[in-house]
Design a protein around this ligand. Structure first.
Ligand code: PLP
Length: 432
């Protein structure tokens, strides 16, 4: 069920043969700097050229252990042979035609996503290319279907960078800097504690806008970019109640937390809550650009032809990758995420026990784990120290390191990664 190791994965990883970054990487970075938009955030100087399972080979031939999964995307590991084969087969058949026509693989992918959606009622699906596009579609549908103007998101949320989604985003001010005004009609609620939910009745509905003018509440069931924050038990259930009481739609943004990462297909299932609209992207197609929003039939059928569309969304190659990905997730990878996640969590808590003044918290579910440090500088030093040792991890929020490896991660890779992470923390504990 778990991907058999291939040539790259057979090597002992990490395997570092140059300094990091190496000479070819440095030359490539110089070239890159001349041509690419400086707006692209670059975490640290990794120059990947090949991937397999949890291994990344960089341009200098160094083998790195990937605990990022390309920012929680390559759920089935890099270049899973079944996914590669399926994409290759599809590429030889039809690469593009557009969802304005009746592509069989488009409908098949919609039916699959509707099948695995966490809603009891029959659902329909709209396919697009990126997380942000699916968020845009979801909020358009919410306003259209309810004929209500207002939207609520949460402080700490990240929903993307196009105008609607960036207006919902409230994880860092830099995402808004220089781009105002944002989309009007959006309010931000405090996230995570059951007690925070009184904000809705006491502040929003009492002082700002009537509840019957709010179209939707959009929530990441586990906040991602905001710092891998797991809400208190009861928070998601409480949100559902607020929505039910006031005819407000609940949109679950599962772009980062979904697609099996928490050991369940959707992170909201950890609290047995059904959303009205589900948004997915990232891990659902193993790295091919596919996103979707899924809504109850009664909701999605409120709009008609032309209300929403896209040229590329549901591209056949992305659909092929997604169909194979869903098969693999259900065929053992979700279980692996749970088991390996418990090992990782226990190992990271052991590191925390050694450095309690440095590591403030270790939290998460399955393979979505956040390690919170005492300062941004410390988290950055750990990120760099891991890279120097050949382990790729990434900051989230201001003080958190996220651990979100591919779901194919093996027990050995967990052990090696934990050892090197522990060394990086020990170094950062004395240096910063
Ligand atoms: C929860 C969440 N929603 C939406 C997005 C936006 O996705 P994309 O970068 O594919 O537009 C992200 C990206 O990190 C995300 O984590």
């Amino acid at each position: 069920m778990i991907q058999a190791p291939g040539k790259l994965a057979d090597a002992t990883v990490p395997h570092i043969i140059t300094e990091l970054p190496g000479p070819k990487a440095r030359a490539q970075i110089e070239f890159d700097k001349q041509w690419t938009s400086p707006s692209v955030p670059r975490a640290y100087p990794v120059v990947p050229v090949r991937g397999e399972g949890c291994t990344i080979e960089d341009i200098d031939g160094n083998l790195l252990l990937d605990f990022n999964a390309g920012i929680a995307v390559t759920s089935t590991g890099h270049c899973h042979p079944d996914v590669v084969r399926r994409i290759q087969d599809q590429a030889a058949q039809l690469i593009h035609y557009s969802a304005d026509f009746y592509l069989p693989i488009y409908a098949e992918t919609c039916a699959e996503l509707a099948r695995i959606a966490p809603m009891t009622e029959k659902c329909r699906v709209f396919l697009s290319n990126s997380g942000t596009e699916a968020v845009e579609g979801a909020i358009k549908l919410a306003r259209f279907a309810t004929k209500r103007p207002y939207l609520v998101a949460f402080l700490g949320a990240f929903h993307g960078r196009t105008y609607g989604s960036v207006s919902l985003t409230a994880s860092k001010a830099k995402y808004h800097a220089g781009f105002g005004p944002m989309l009007p009609g959006i309010f931000h609620a405090p996230f995570g504690h059951v007690a925070d939910l009184k904000w809705f009745d006491e502040v929003l509905f009492d002082r700002l806008v009537p509840a019957d003018e709010v179209a939707a509440i959009i929530v990441e069931p586990i906040q991602g970019e905001g710092g891998y924050i797991v809400p208190e038990d009861g928070f998601m259930q409480g949100l559902r109640k607020i929505c039910d009481k006031n005819g407000i739609l609940l949109i679950a943004d599962e772009v980062q937390a979904g697609a099996g990462r928490t050991g369940k297909m959707w992170s909201i299932q950890n609290w047995d809550v059904e959303p009205d609209i589900l948004v997915t992207a990232k891990g659902i197609a193993s790295g091919m650009p596919l996103s979707a929003f899924v809504a109850r039939d009664s909701l999605m059928t409120k709009w008609g032809p032309g209300a929403h569309g896209t040229t590329y969304g549901g591209n056949p190659l992305a659909c092929a990758a997604s169909l194979e990905t869903i098969k693999l997730l259900e065929g053992g990878l979700m279980d692996n995420a749970r088991v390996r996640g418990e090992e990782l969590m226990a190992g990271l808590r052991a590191v925390q026990a050694k450095f309690p003044s440095v590591i403030k918290d270790v939290r998460g579910i399955g393979l979505m784990i956040g390690v919170e440090f005492d300062s941004h500088e410390r988290a950055a030093a750990v990120e760099w120290g891991c890279f120097q040792r050949g382990v790729l991890v990434l900051e989230a929020g201001h003080t958190v390191i996220r651990v979100s490896p591919p779901l194919v991660i093996t027990e050995d890779e967990v052990v090696i990664g934990l050892k090197l992470f522990g060394e990086a923390v020990a170094e950062a504990a004395t240096k910063v």
